[in-house]
Design a protein around this ligand. Structure first.
Ligand code: HEC
Length: 138
C-alpha cells in the first residue's frame, strides 16, 4: 500500500506537468488564429500582398502593374499614366471584392489578353489579399 501511494505521488506531478504543457501548446496555437482584425493578421495580409503582388505592384506607385491604393471601388483600368493592355482598358466597370476574387483566380478568364498572368489558387489567400486591398481603399 505504502509503495502504491508513493508511486501515485511520484506520478501526479508528472501528469500535472504534462497537462500544463499541453494546455500551453494549445493556447500558443490558438492565439494567432484569433479575431481576423487583430494587428497580427493585418501584418500577415500585408506580408502576403508584398510576397505575392509586390514583385509587380505597389500601393502608391505604378510599376510593372498599376498602383493599388483605392483599387476597391475604382474604375477598371483607370490609373493615370499606367499603360494598360487593350483587354483591361476595354473591360469596363468597377473593381468589387467579388470581381477581384475572379481576377486573382484567373485574370485571363476575366479579361482575355490582359498583361497580368499571375494567379492565386488558394481562396483564403485571395480573401486575405482582397482584405488588404480594401484596407488601402476608401
Ligand atoms: C508578374 C507581374 C504581376 C503580378 C505578380 C501581379 N500582377 Fe496585377 N497586374 C500586372 C499587370 C501587368 C497589370 C496590368 C494588366 C493589363 O494592363 O492588362 C496588372 C493589373 C492588376 C489589376 C487591375 C488594376 C486596375 O487598375 O484596373 C489588379 C486589381 C491587380 N493587377 C491585382 C494584383 C494582385 C492583388 C496581385 C497579387 C496577388 C497581382 N496583381 C500580381 C502584373 C502583375
Amino acid at each position: 500500500m505504502r509503495t502504491c501511494s508513493v508511486d501515485a505521488l511520484r506520478a501526479t506531478p508528472r501528469l500535472a506537468a504534462a497537462a500544463l504543457s499541453l494546455a500551453a501548446s494549445l493556447t500558443a496555437h490558438a492565439a494567432p488564429a484569433a479575431p481576423p482584425a487583430s494587428a497580427a493578421s493585418v501584418a500577415e495580409r500585408k506580408e502576403l500582398y508584398e510576397g505575392k503582388c509586390g514583385g509587380c505592384h505597389s500601393v502608391d506607385a505604378n510599376r510593372i502593374g498599376p498602383l493599388h491604393r483605392g483599387v476597391v471601388g475604382r474604375k477598371v483600368g483607370s490609373v493615370k499614366d499606367f499603360n494598360y493592355s487593350p483587354a483591361l482598358k476595354s473591360l469596363g466597370g468597377v473593381w468589387t471584392p467579388e470581381r477581384l476574387d475572379a481576377w486573382l483566380t484567373n485574370p485571363q478568364a476575366v479579361a482575355p489578353g490582359t498583361a497580368m498572368f499571375f494567379m492565386v489558387d488558394d481562396a483564403s489567400q485571395r480573401a486575405a489579399i482582397i482584405a488588404y486591398l480594401k484596407s488601402v481603399s476608401p
